[in-house]
Design a protein around this ligand. Sequence first.
Ligand SMILES: [Zn+2]
Length: 457
Amino acid sequence: MDKKKTRIDFFGGAESVTGSNFLVTDNKTDLKILIDCGLFQGPSALEDLNYESFPFEPAQIDFLLVTHAHLDHIGRIPKLVRDGFSGKIYSTPPTKEISEYSFFDSLNVQNKSGGGDKDKILFNEQDIKKALALWETVEYDQSFNLGEYQIVAKDAGHILGSTMWGISRNGRSLIFTGDLGNSPSNLLKDTEPLGPVNYVVMESVYGDRNHEGKKARRSLLEDVIEETMKKGGTLMIPAFSIERTQQILYEIEGMMENSRIPLVPVFLDSPFGIEVTRIYKKYAKYLNDDVRDSIESGNEIFRFPQLQMTLSTEQSKAIFNANPRKIIIAGSGMSTGGRILHHEKRYLSDPKSTLLLIGYQQVGTLGRLIQDGAKTIKIMGEEIPVNARIAVIHGYSSHKDSDHLLHFVDESADTLEKVYLAMGEPKSALFLAQRIRDYLGIDARVPKAGEKVEIDV
Ligand SMILES: [Zn+2]
């Protein structure tokens, strides 16, 4: 392979949706910039990779650029520090703040699931604190230099603070998209265009599929709430704590304020979800114009008379005593743990109640079993008959679908020389690569895990 000015190593997130981890090396100066350092999540064979040493020397990495605060993009950062990294970390302020909470939450989960086994702990509290001390924040569109490269953060519109990182030198440029939002979002600003760029490393989670329309998803949600409340049942919504929880909460808030649904109690029963909702509120300037206009006209977001944020275990337990006509939003999004399990245990056997699935349910999870129509399920050792209605709404994804990814690339067709598709299952990434080549005439490839490429930047 001819050596060019810059090299990219695809260490994680190649042919896979998790473990995002890319290395940019300046072949002239040997400066090394890591993009993301995420956790591998999924089957245990994949998760075992988290315990292996990094395929590079952490002490030799100069900088780390973080795209956003999902664990599959940040989850191994404290381990990177533990293993010798002492350079600077950069992200937007909300990404740093959500990451901090995620690290402690992740450590908690590791402590619980590892049962005290030290080999099953990736990092400790000290490693988290060290990582945060190395971490600097930057705003969108304020460029800065790392070695000879000029670096800029652009809004990816995926979750609060999510970033695409632009790396350029002498008019030649490369962008890592991280995950790309399903714009327009009811909360976030739209994904910024790539602009004139030569190379892109782009996500492809939904490279082979399109989502339901946004109007359809809102009226489906409204219908599910109305029907469940008419029957006198409880509506349970398992939701991911970052973005999905806030999106659904904001939809419900709007529906209640416009008297489109019955004014029943709404419980946000997730300590992590409550914390992230607080961070969304704090960083309102990152939200879209509609939301900010609404705030300026005196409407406090994520605050309405029916909403109760139940932080403590006692408050959470007390939800059972409330009238059955209620809405409960709780983690985890795939019912793999968290407080949603207590509610499912209680209400899945009730034919008047509804479980609403608004996110992707991975094979092997309880959420997937329920989605696939299991008649009974086991929760905390107890057999529970599934008599509740199971409803599914797909449109709340926070990723761009196939058509929108294609359009996103097309806008920069004049300058793009190559698109590298990452963060997608092979089937999805390969399908999108074919579409980009066929429809746009731009070279698109799906790099293998561990592959290196040389580019002119
Ligand atoms: Zn993400």
